[in-house]
Design a protein around this ligand. Sequence first.
Ligand code: ADP
Ligand code: ZN
Length: 430
Amino acid sequence: MFWDRELETLDRSALTRLQLERLQATVVRVADRVPFYRRRFEECGVAPEQIRSLDDVRRLPFTTNADLRENYPDGLLAVERSDVLRLHTSSGTTGKPKALFFSRRDLDQAAGLVARCFVMTGATEADVLQNMMTYGLFTGALMLHYGAEKVGLLVIPAGPGNSDRQLLLMQDFGTTIIHLTPTYALYFADLLEQRGVRPGRDLALRKAYVGAEPYTEETRRKIEQGLGVDVYNCYGLSEMNGPGVAFECEYKQGLHLWEDNFLLEIVDQATGEPVPDGQPGELVLTTLNREAMPLLRYRTRDITALLPAPCPCGRTHRRIQRITGRADDMLILRGVNIYPQQIERVLMALPEVGRNYLIMLDGLDEMTLQVELAEGGFDGQVDHLVSLQQQVVERVRAETMVKPKVELVPPGTLPVSEGKAKRVIDRRRL
Ligand code: ADP
Ligand code: ZN
């Protein structure tokens, strides 16, 4: 099923033509209206008329997180203030907020992209969406909300937290789709177990759109089992509208990135040069269809890789691999680069391990993992606990080359955040 079959299956040559037209128009627009970009173009010695092919995008300057902050609140605006309808800020997991503005047309386009994602995963107007992301300044909930309304679903703007009320809403209104973070999904799965609710039978839940934080295939499987749902990975960032920038189709082999709206590059983090297709690198996105606040070559700091082969679903928009982490998530421990997701993958593959864990770094580069046991994951026999602990130590060491200390703790003892999970506590810098 397609929301916009023509655009979603546009042949590659027509799609790249459309991208070039839109890129050129965007460059002209920002050169004309945004002094910041005008200055940058001068510094790089590039003029809009030099952008003659998509490869010429590399002549353009990058836009970074810091540029957004330095131009806070409205230095990157390309329209009059009276032409903007909505302000969002990023959730600020990494520092001061960034302000993002959207015009009426931008909001409509963003909702259209989300509508594509809904229909791509088989949602129809008969579905009921319980939106368990945070409403407010974040794009997470609202951007998905309006896309769902465009398709015609019944939307329950539940927000996160208050899990017993969530359950009641699900039961009373027959929720079929939920949208939430992986952390909250695992937490909610535990709650269902505690309340004796059998998801496949007692609830109408069928799908979960899970995003906003990186997670692994192992976590996906845990969520699918715990909630009795089909999990679809949903990727986005406030700078590029929020959720629905890239989304999995029924094949779940990577996420289609809507290339008529975003020009995608994957670059080497250090050099900014393109990496060969299929190699991991930092995702860089240029908005191709934005009015209020176009962004050129935005460094997302998210690490992914391009999947070059076409997808059997017939969509021509290329797919990216699940985000494996953020460039700034990387830990360096005793000279070894480690992503928290490597540790998560090991932990979530063990059935005795519960939903939550913490990575603590202290002393002279020591790593301690606090790991929650699964509900019913401990049978009271101390030697079982010791052997689980040894297994975790060995597997983490095999994966990361660093031997951790491991503390197993009872289910529900580690803190849960309503927004994005904070998994790493680095005391080395204190
Ligand atoms: P902030 O940059 O303050 O966290 P956002 O709320 O815009 O603000 O979060 C966007 C970021 O969330 C992305 O850049 C990415 O790091 C992460 N993210 C979003 N969706 C996913 C996903 N499906 N998988 C992995 N990471 C994701
Ligand atoms: Zn597909």
